[in-house]
Design a protein around this ligand. Structure first.
Ligand code: ZN
Ligand code: ZN
Length: 343
């Protein structure tokens, strides 16, 4: 079958690999769409470790179950699904403690730039009515965004700042609105992304290259500061500034990908005197089920700016790297006809 293969270095290309065969407990999914994630670029750049190349990448997928190995439910065959790339084992100490993100023995399915990929039943989320297969491929980043907002214990009526208006930042802004934020400000250098943020429901979008975020924070709400700030840009200077933009008792959520060598100074008195909370969030974890049921709130149509076949993967990555696309997707194999039926 055809697949998008990272051969090492900074490029990915379309090639041939053996089609996977489902073993016990595994399901074969015909991939309809697979979103290109900023993390994929970080993998190519050596900033995010997933083991050595060559590897088929791709972790933001939707598709249709076409076959099952022994010990799988035949009723799952034919089902259109959004997919969690991480299948927690459910029995390890972390899973039993309610922290599936930290599962010691997870089943990984991060090879969805391909015509087919293997998954376990706990990774499948049936599509709610009205959600298309391209929309369902946004389940993973949407779950990531929703989980970050849930981790911040975002409450209705709060004022939110999202630093970084790439596709994940825009989804974080949507999650904040879904949870009832009164205002959502997106700070982002690209004009097209700022315009899209506003079209998707952000209440303000400012140019991060020019905006005085400190002045903006001081003018925000009765408490003079944002209730919650999300750092989604992976920008060190922004992260350094972020605690000062919070009101007393505010929460900073770090989602951006930083190199392991990056450190940021934090004044402990910020945390004690002002009672700030700084927390990190990674992936969709236990929020996938809620994210699936809220998928229609994502408005995939406005976010997805490019859909390419596997043969165009190198070129699509180039355009995304150049900042020309907001959300790009690969549509492998027969996905076109499957997607058209579902749309
Ligand atoms: Zn991703
Ligand atoms: Zn586990």
């Amino acid at each position: 079958m055809k697949a998008g293969i990272w051969e090492g270095g900074g490029t990915i290309s379309c090639g041939e690999v053996e089609q996977p065969q489902p073993g016990a407990g595994e399901l074969l999914v015909e991939i309809a769409y697979c979103g290109v994630c900023g993390t994929d670029l970080h993998i190519l750049d050596g900033k995010f470790d997933v083991g050595p190349p060559p590897q088929v990448l791709g972790h933001e997928a939707s598709g249709v179950v076409v076959a099952g190995g022994p010990e799988t439910d035949p009723e799952l065959i034919g089902r259109a699904v959004g997919l969690n790339p991480i299948g927690p084992c459910g029995v390890c100490v972390w899973c039993r403690a309610g922290h599936p993100t930290h599962c010691r023995n997870p089943y990984y399915s991060a090879s969805a730039y391909a015509e087919y990929a293997l998954y376990r039943p706990q990774q499948l989320f049936p599509l709610p009515a009205g959600v298309s297969l391209p929309g369902a491929a946004l389940l993973e980043p949407w779950a990531t965004a929703l989980r970050a907002a849930e981790a911040a214990r975002l409450r209705a009526g709060e004022n939110v700042l999202v630093i970084g208006g790439g596709s994940l930042g825009l989804l974080v802004a949507s999650a904040a609105r879904v949870l009832g934020a009164a205002t959502v400000t997106v700070s982002e250098p690209r004009r097209r992304n700022r315009e899209l943020a506003l079209a998707r429901g952000a209440t303000a979008a400012v140019d991060s290259a020019e905006a005085d975020l400190a002045a903006l924070a001081a003018a925000t709400g009765e408490l003079r500061g944002f209730d919650v700030v999300f750092e989604v840009a992976g920008a060190t200077a922004a992260l350094e500034q972020a605690p000062a933009l919070l009101r007393r008792g505010g929460r900073l959520v770090v989602l951006g990908v930083f190199g392991a060598e990056v450190t940021v100074p934090v004044a402990p008195t910020q945390l004690t005197d002002r009672e700030l909370t700084i927390l990190g969030s990674f992936g969709g974890g236990g929020s996938f089920g809620r994210a699936a049921s809220l998928l229609s709130a994502v408005d995939a149509a406005s976010l997805v700016t490019a859909v390419e076949p596997l043969a165009g993967i190198a070129e699509l990555f180039g355009r995304i790297r150049a900042g020309e696309e907001i959300k790009g997707m690969i549509q492998p194999g027969r996905g076109e006809s499957v997607g058209a039926q579902q749309a």
